[in-house]
Design a protein around this ligand. Structure first.
Ligand code: TMP
Length: 212
């Protein structure tokens, strides 16, 4: 089972990934937690380049290809092998981030991005995506106040960019409601986690029955 988390910057995804991973581990599931960009040594090196605030001149197409290169390595080296071993993979961002940020945010052609994404992922699509919704203004304010968070090149984009990303996510949720589950990112982290667990548990039980 391949679970991803998505949402605008500052939506609280990383906290939710940690809470879910700990809960799954306590419940005895074999799990692999990972993130994008990154998740592999090559991917983490790409993350440094793509997020470095000094790389102001980065072209949006180059940006897509860097995220996609990180993803291709990640799918081949980490995600597919973990899924093949029967693990539940929990990933902090995946290809939907490319559609939201480079597609809706930068305005690159969505069909082209879908095609590049299919190539990079070998067609792998998450079975379930948790979307933490938050107003872009609130998300950016949280990021600025969080001294432990890495302030990256994408955070530094104008508010209008983050508003387009947010609207893009809402369109993606609407287009594929069976895969996405929406949560209110302004709720207390524990309440968000409980809603995630309530949604996931029946799917985990169904998966367990199939394996038996
Ligand atoms: P995060 O680790 O805080 O989620 O930050 C990752 C940043 O990278 C976030 O601003 C979104 C951006 N991003 C893209 O623009 N495209 C992508 O494909 C991915 C995976 C991330």
């Amino acid at each position: 089972m391949f679970i991803t988390f998505e949402g605008p910057d500052g939506c609280g995804k990383s906290t939710q990934v940690t809470l879910l991973v700990e809960h799954l581990q306590r419940a005895g599931y074999k799990i692999r937690a990972t993130r994008e960009p990154g998740g592999t040594s090559i991917g983490e090196q790409i993350r440094e380049v793509v997020h470095d605030p000094r790389n102001k001149e980065m072209d949006p197409v180059a940006e897509v290809l860097l995220y996609s290169a990180s993803r291709a390595q990640h799918v081949a080296q980490v995600i597919q092998p973990a899924l093949a071993e029967g693990a539940i993979v929990v990933c902090d961002r995946f290809s939907d981030s490319t559609i939201a940020y480079q597609g809706y945010g930068h305005g690159l052609d969505l069909e082209m991005l879908r095609s590049i994404t299919r190539f990079a992922t070998r067609g792998l699509v998450p079975s379930l995506t948790f979307y933490l919704d938050i107003a872009p203004e609130t998300g950016l304010r949280r990021r600025q106040q969080d001294t432990s968070a890495e302030w990256n090149r994408l955070d530094a984009q104008a508010l209008s960019f983050h508003q387009r990303v947010h609207q893009g996510y809402l369109k993606m949720v609407e287009a594929e409601p069976e895969r996405w589950f929406v949560l209110d990112g302004e709720m207390a982290p524990q309440a968000v986690h409980e809603a995630i667990w309530r949604h996931l548990l029946p799917q985990l039980e169904q998966r367990q029955r199939r394996l038996e």
